[in-house]
Design a protein. Structure first.
Length: 159
């Protein structure tokens, strides 16, 4: 007696639901991701302080200024000159006034009170205090007139 070989159908997996789930997960994680550090610049190594604490209430409007040094991959300073790391560029302290005037004008054009904007200064631990004071003085000049300032530091936990 001769047996006929049955055709074995190859099972195919429908990947459409799997792709849908992956895209939904990507969208979910994009929505819940913390974008608080978008203003942070990785070239700035914040000083450590045991009194440093995050603000209890999130500031509504803030302007972040990053001050630091160009560093190599090992974290060593390449250039002793401190720079302001503005989004997309690095500028010297003497070029900051024009940027601050422009930011203040943008806030005014949006109908916001300059007195309610907090200028957050993220200064590298090795930046001299005089440079930070210079940034604050520039931000308080006529035509700019920011009034609120906050300095960022890393909280150190002592054993």
């Amino acid at each position: 007696m001769k047996f006929k070989k049955a055709d074995v159908a190859t099972a195919e997996i429908d990947m459409t639901p799997m792709i849908d789930i992956v895209f939904q997960l990507i969208a979910f994680f994009m929505v819940i991701t913390n974008f608080e550090q978008t203003q942070a610049d990785e070239r700035v190594i914040l000083p450590k302080d045991s009194l440093a604490m995050p603000p209890k209430v999130k500031r509504e409007d803030e302007l972040t200024i990053n001050i630091g040094f160009e560093r190599n991959l090992e974290g060593e300073k390449v250039d002793p000159q401190a720079y302001i790391f503005w989004p997309g560029e690095k500028i010297r302290l003497d070029g900051l006034e024009a940027k601050l005037r422009l930011e203040a004008q943008i806030y005014r054009d949006e109908g916001k009170e300059i007195s309610e904007i907090t200028v957050v200064i993220r200064a590298d631990a090795e930046v001299p205090t005089g440079i930070v004071q210079g940034v604050i003085k520039l931000a308080q000049k006529d035509g700019i007139m920011f009034e609120k300032f906050a300095i960022k530091a890393q909280q150190s936990v002592e054993p």
